[in-house]
Write a protein that binds this ligand. Structure first.
Ligand SMILES: Cc1cc2nc3c(=O)[nH]c(=O)nc-3n(C[C@H](O)[C@H](O)[C@H](O)COP(=O)(O)O)c2cc1C
Length: 197
């Protein structure tokens, strides 16, 4: 697929087949992540690639427990409100049961942590689309990136002491009948452009 087409037709997938992602495809997606631009070319992203169902299950349970303890305020972000309400009810699965979750850690005391993470995640989502895989940005681990139990668990998985999670992405084969990601162009309601010639 041509690069611009892969960018323009990337849409979020929230329903996945359980099928594993082939090693070669995952390698190419991770290469796209690691070749992303970074402030000062510092390359401080750290990609935690999670495919183990037990680990994913543990993260699902831990995020639900953490959200269920949170209270909703008037100005709570709509998606966070949904996560809290769904977790209080029970059965909240933040990563839509995708077979791969890639959590992007970066240094907690580094000003470009979020920006560098975003560049890598966008590269991964575009690469996934080019490889006929679905993907979706997953923000819950960032919202909870100072939750002590989660920090400790992520450290046991390899996250370093001075790192926190700034974003995550899920990847897998869409559960659509076609087996392909939805590639409809999105209705443009914002993202204004002003030309100053
Ligand atoms: C910073 C950021 C955080 C997001 N967090 C989530 C999330 O936690 N869960 C989710 O289902 N989608 C999440 N998304 C996906 C957006 O909802 C999605 O990109 C947007 O609705 C546009 O749809 P599209 O990706 O299909 O073009 C996130 C996207 C971004 C850029």
């Amino acid at each position: 697929m041509e690069a611009l087409e892969a960018i323009l037709t990337r849409r979020s997938t929230r329903n996945y087949k359980p099928d594993a992602v082939e090693e070669e495809k995952l390698d190419r997606i991770l290469q796209a992540a690691r070749q992303a631009p970074s402030g000062g070319n510092n390359q401080t992203n750290h990609f935690l690639v999670i495919r183990n169902r037990e680990v994913l299950g543990k993260l699902i349970g831990m995020t639900e427990t953490a959200f269920a303890k949170m209270e909703i305020a008037e100005d709570t972000y709509a998606s966070l409100k949904h996560a809290i309400n769904a977790s209080k009810k029970g059965g909240y699965v933040f990563c839509y049961n995708a077979p791969v979750l890639i959590a992007v850690a970066n240094r907690r005391d580094y000003g470009n942590n979020m920006a560098d993470c975003a560049c890598a995640i966008e590269n991964m989502m575009v690469a996934a689309n080019a490889l006929d895989l679905g993907s979706c940005w997953i923000n819950q681990l960032r919202w909870l990136n100072e939750e002590p139990a989660l920090v400790e668990y992520l450290r046991s998985l390899g996250m370093k002491a001075d790192e926190r999670i700034y974003g995550a992405v899920i990847i897998g084969y869409p559960a659509a009948e076609s087996g392909l990601p939805n590639r409809d162009l999105m209705a443009q309601k914002g993202n204004e452009v002003t030309f100053i010639d």
